[in-house]
Write a protein that binds this ligand. Structure first.
Ligand SMILES: [Zn+2]
Length: 318
């Protein structure tokens, strides 16, 4: 009897343990946002761009990651390729991803009069809106090119009112990792047939992403005494197509579960005031620090840099 009770108790305990571990929410969450759609090719031909897009999307889909892509519609206007470029956006929707607006021409708010900058929002949503409408949806998020949110308090506030009037919300980010630098070096190496260098760059990218995640996780804990949902900003390129499975595996290893941008933004941390006004485009963690009267410049100086050898590769310095 006693032995039987013990077995039953152990069985109950084992069962409870299994349920608890399978239901345990991931300790951290992250939303994946991908800029400069349809694709930043660095000289890659259309067929290559189609293959790399399929690779990127299948990695996201296989891992059930609800990513959002931000479109520069001027990039659709490649001579003789308009339909093929639009089909790349369609592929994002078919894979279950969302699309947002990243402005026509990827122009810089710092050097563009506000009226012209606003025109680029409306000019930049035509094809995306048409694709989304077929699914009963519409573009809902805007990501500022270079994440430059306005050079003055007045310009920033006026533009955000314009976005609101057009049913757009600003898409913030908390983590970026200079993926565009690594991506240029990676694509250049591939174009040159240097597979060993491409692989070295890819590994350095994954390591730098870990470094940046650790940095912004520490910023989150410093500001909120917890891990707020992070929003990763990366770009649609060969590097992320080739690295996405490992990017996602490494994020899982850090304790992350994947959420949509909507879900990340539901966290109360995202109601914190963005107190930053200026000409660079810092993480929202830095902007929230500014909103509390903190020092953004010193926070920016603390941010880790990519390895110097990657910078030299991109600059073409031997
Ligand atoms: Zn961009």
């Amino acid at each position: 009897m006693r032995a039987g009770m013990l077995v039953a108790a152990l069985a109950t305990l084992a069962c409870a343990w299994t349920v608890a571990s399978s239901l345990a929410a991931p300790a951290r969450t992250i939303a994946i946002t991908v800029d400069d759609l349809p694709f930043v090719g660095y000289g890659l031909a259309l067929t290559g761009i189609q293959e790399e897009t399929a690779k990127l999307l299948s990695a996201l889909k296989r891992n059930r990651v609800p990513a959002i892509g931000f479109v520069n519609e001027d990039k659709l206007e490649v001579e003789g390729q308009f339909e093929a470029q639009v089909a790349l956006l369609q592929a994002w929707l078919d894979a279950g991803m969302e699309l947002g607006n990243h402005g026509y021409g990827h122009i810089d708010f710092n050097s563009t009069p506000r009226e012209r900058y606003e025109e680029a929002v409306l000019k930049g949503e035509v094809a995306t809106r048409r694709l989304l409408a077929r699914r009963g949806a519409r573009p809902r998020y805007y990501r500022h090119p270079f994440t430059h949110t306005g050079p003055t308090r007045e310009a920033k506030a006026a533009f955000e009112a314009f976005l609101g009037a057009h049913d757009y919300a600003v898409a913030p980010f908390t983590v970026e990792d200079a993926d565009y630098l690594f991506a240029k070096a990676y694509s250049d190496a591939r174009r040159a047939g240097n597979a060993a260098l491409a692989e070295k760059v890819r590994t350095a990218y994954l390591d730098h992403q870990d470094t940046m995640l650790a940095f912004f996780e520490a910023e989150s804990r410093d500001l909120f005494a917890r891990d707020v949902p992070q929003i990763l900003l990366i770009h649609a390129n060969e590097l992320n197509a080739g690295a996405m499975e490992e990017v996602l595996a490494r994020l899982r290893k850090r304790g992350y579960g994947f959420v949509s941008l909507d879900e990340a933004l539901r966290d109360e941390s995202y109601r914190s005031p963005d107190g930053y006004v200026g000409k660079v485009g810092p993480s929202w963690l830095h902007r929230w620090r500014a909103g509390r009267g903190g020092d953004v410049q010193s926070a920016l100086r603390r941010e880790p840099d990519p390895p110097p050898w990657v910078m030299r590769l991109v600059q073409g310095v031997p």
